[in-house]
Ligand binder design. Sequence first.
Ligand code: HEM
Length: 500
Amino acid sequence: MAVYIFAAFFVVILCSFYLYARKKYSYWSDKGVKGPTPFPIVGNFGSVILVKDSVQQYIKTVHLKYAGEKLVGVYRGFQPMLLVRDPDLIKQVMVKDFHKFQDRGISSSGSRLSQNLFSADGEMWRILRQKLTPVFTSRKLKEMVPLMQQCVDKFVKYVDYLVENNIDHEMRSLASKYTLDVIGSCAFGLDLDACSDEENQFSIMAKKIFKPTVYVRFLTILDMLIPGVRKLFTTSTEILDFFLGLVRNVIKEREGTPPVRKDFMDLMIELREQGKVSRRKEDGISEIEMDDYLIAAQALVFYSAGFETSAATMSFLFYELALNPDIQDRIYQEVCKVYEKYNGQLTYESLKEMPYLDMVLDETLRKHSVAGILFRKALEDYTIPGTNVTIPKGTLIMVSANGLHADPEYFPNPEKFNPDRFLPENIKTLKQCTYLPFGEGPRNCIGMRFAKVQSLMGIAAFLKNFKIERSPKTDTHLEYDPKGIVLLTKGGIWVKISKR
Ligand code: HEM
């Protein structure tokens, strides 16, 4: 008898769960929005949970599969999320109605570390963005070029040593030595020399941030099933402690002296001395205390957003040049002319005289968009213009930058590496909001110009001195690694480097 009662109970639970899941998963179809069929509990992100796909690669596939649709509905666990495909609607969400979609709405650990410009929402984000924007003005960037030049010199010297000694080096980690030096110098005033000193604390921290532990991966997966749950768990404070220590040391060294380097840390010290940072709102005044923790959190995000993205982009560019020697030759001619004109020294102005290299960088960012997915959260109920679809407050919106970049409707023959797409006359005809390597609207990448300047300087110096060719280890069909936070390839990028 007990067995029958248990079986009946089990069937009732199963049926209730089935009905619950059916109702939850009819959310988008009830609104007339198409999308891939979800799987109970995991929703549409099963392949991500099984580490067969990264989120950005999966969403790219969905973007491409639903050609012709303006919107696509997906589920993260049971939570509905909306993929916006149509460029006009993307513009609406990211630019015109930005005030209704200001938050990124990504789950974070809930630690003080997550109070950084990238993860912060609401008023906190607005204050931080306003305060941090002056770090990235053209004047500031120009002042940083001599610091970057020192890193370029070390980079060239190191590659020279590798070539002389016939040492093979994977290109992504090679480029990250350079970008790590740059961010260390321009943001923190540190002379790292990541090229010769692999065991410096900065490099070690980089590995910890971008190679998450099993526990952190587990939390990420759990958060895919139950959005927001990761806030309830504590994670190691090692990374925050490191940055906190670093920030406190720099503050101690510089306190009481006038700002000399005018770098990121100088600005942060200025904000700290101002104490509370206020901003008037219609409904009162909101304040944040720019304490050491908050400064460390910003330092960390500039560091992590700053070097790995640029290093990945540089390595993809080198890869494409190994496969396209004619493009490499053209850049070489251009770079040599500029070096000659500027007496062998790159300046901020000289970078503007390398339009072809700039086009090659833009095409690299199109074909291998390292941060390929953009997130926004609806801050109020919102009817998507031109449709009957109303999404409630709190709905997460996604835009697939690498889906748009691989869409033949906007970029014909998208697999072909073709820098001419970015000739001025072709840019004019490019549909707005189809090329988004640095995002769009007021919440776009704050470090975009910094990234371009540091990449162009490193690439120009590299190509002036070295030639890149295919080697037997070069993989002509790159496969992306599903574990990568920033776009990563399985097995790395290998090419042959020789001296010019
Ligand atoms: C090739 C290099 C880079 C790429 C492709 C890249 C890409 C992006 C993208 C796609 C976003 C999201 C934008 C959006 O949601 O609309 C972003 C945000 C951000 N990036 Fe970058 N980035 C790069 C380099 C940098 C550098 C060098 C820094 C700092 C030194 C930086 C700091 C940030 C920060 C702080 C945010 C958050 C901005 C906010 O929410 O207000 N990035 N980046």
